[in-house]
Each structure stands twice: as structure tokens, then as C-alpha cells.
Design a protein. Sequence first.
Length: 174
Amino acid sequence: MNPVLAAIRSRRVVRAMSDRPVSRADLETILDAGRWAPSAGNRHLQRFVATDHPGTLHVLRMVSPGMIARPTAAIVICTDRALAADFGFRPDVPGPWIDVGTAAATLMLAAHAIGVGAGPVTSFSKAAVAAALHLPDGLRPDMIVCLGYPATGGPAPIRRGRRLSWRDLTTFVP
């Protein structure tokens, strides 16, 4: 099987992480992959804010009810709102979210490729995360990608009936 398709099929959201730290080299490899994520018009409105500092990670967990895992590193995907405005995006337009999603998918696949677990978090206080990371005005935190090595005995994947096929999810139209 093609290695990219194999990675897509085998990647899972990791909700239980060990305390083994993610190396700075691995974190940089994941970040370098993130810059290759597709973006609308090749504008690259996203910025990555990375941390592996235990205190900062603790604060992020405190203000992120969706952060079930205890990551040893995290990448916060932010949108540069000033740059988005320069390109004509209104503050309420959802377009930049597509780029957040492609960046997150790319970061998580890169992590998986080098043996690091990853999981996205969108349930957090944007104001508190911005304050904890000392983000400049105009940089909006939109998603957190938790990184760490999978822990044994973590929560089992949620299974709801049979696994859906692409046919279950697709409608062809003339």
C-alpha cells in the first residue's frame, strides 16, 4: 500500500499520553511539515506557537476543557487577523478556518509519521490561551494540537456500530 495512504488509515487521535517528552528535533520536524500545509491562495495566514514547557502546558490544560490528554508539547495554530484583513477577509468570515484545518491535519500526519501521537483541541478560552502564550494583538489562537507519545491503557477509540466506508459517506451526482 502507498505509504501516505497507510499513514492516513493508521493515524488516530491520541487522548492519553505518556510523560515521555517530545524532543525539540521532533517538534521542529512537525513544525517544518506544517509550513507545507495547503493554504488559500498560498497566503499562509496561520502562525504556529509551540511549547514544551511544563508550566505553560499546565496553564493551557487549565483553560482548555477539551484537552483530555496531558501532552508534553503543543502547537497552537493561530490566524494572523491583520494579514487576513490585508487580504480582504472580514473578521467573521470562516475561510481562514479551512487553512487551520489543513494545517492541523498536516501537523498530525507529520507527528504520526515520526511516531509522535497527536490530538486536536478546539474547546478552550481564546483569551486565556492568548494571554498564557503572550500572543501579540491580532494573532488569534484557533486550535491546539497536543503532542506526546501514546500511553498504554488510555481510553479506547469510540466505536459506533460498523466502520463507515467511503460509499456510506459519498453521493455521486450527474
